[in-house]
Design a protein around this ligand. Sequence first.
Ligand code: DX5
Ligand code: ZN
Length: 230
Amino acid sequence: MNKYLIAPSIVSADFLELKSAIAACESAGADWLHVDVMDGHFVPNLTMGPFLVETFQRATKLPLDVHLMIEQPERYLEGFAKAGASHLTVHVETCPHLHRTLQHIKSLGCKAGVTLNPGTPVSAIEPVLHLADIVLVMSVNPGFSGQAFLPETVGKVSHLRALLQVLNPAAWIEVDGGISAETLPKMKDAGANVFVAASAVFHHPEGIEAGIKALRDSINQFPPNRTRNI
Ligand code: DX5
Ligand code: ZN
């Protein structure tokens, strides 16, 4: 498995061409398929439910990374797990019993993810970091693709990486929102290792493969601000 993972967010694909969009992600070397679930309450938009997750799992072997931007996510965990979700990520802002919710996700056989909005401090999830397989840092306010990256979230990733070094070094740090070939290296340098991207993949002017390649190249590029050691 790659050390740095790319997770295209299918929400920005052309849904009339879903099968070929997923195939293009696979052939370009995407690692996970990110599925943005929105309920029109927690976030001001409506998207997908278990029905589409079940459809995606028939189209791909990629792990389905399901991001639940919904109120009372515990009501739907089993449905998404049965539909074929590999990872279930919940927002701390929606989970009064976050510890129990993460345990519940694991009991369903899924990787457990926790996430927080740009306005929520890392301290809100610190007590459950040892339980999380994935910690997702939102780098936009959730609800829509195509928003501008919030640079103040870079410091949050560094803070989190330092905490996880002690509490749970195996956890992935995933970042989501405004990730492009320009912003990705900043998040990588801060300690992120999974990069979600919707617009940068599905709205790339040269197509999905080119979008993924540009992100992969930005992961592999030598940091411009450091001198090379030959
Ligand atoms: C934000 C979603 C993201 C979003 C990313 O509400 O969780 O996954 O679709 O879109 P881009 O990459 O266009 O910012
Ligand atoms: Zn997302």
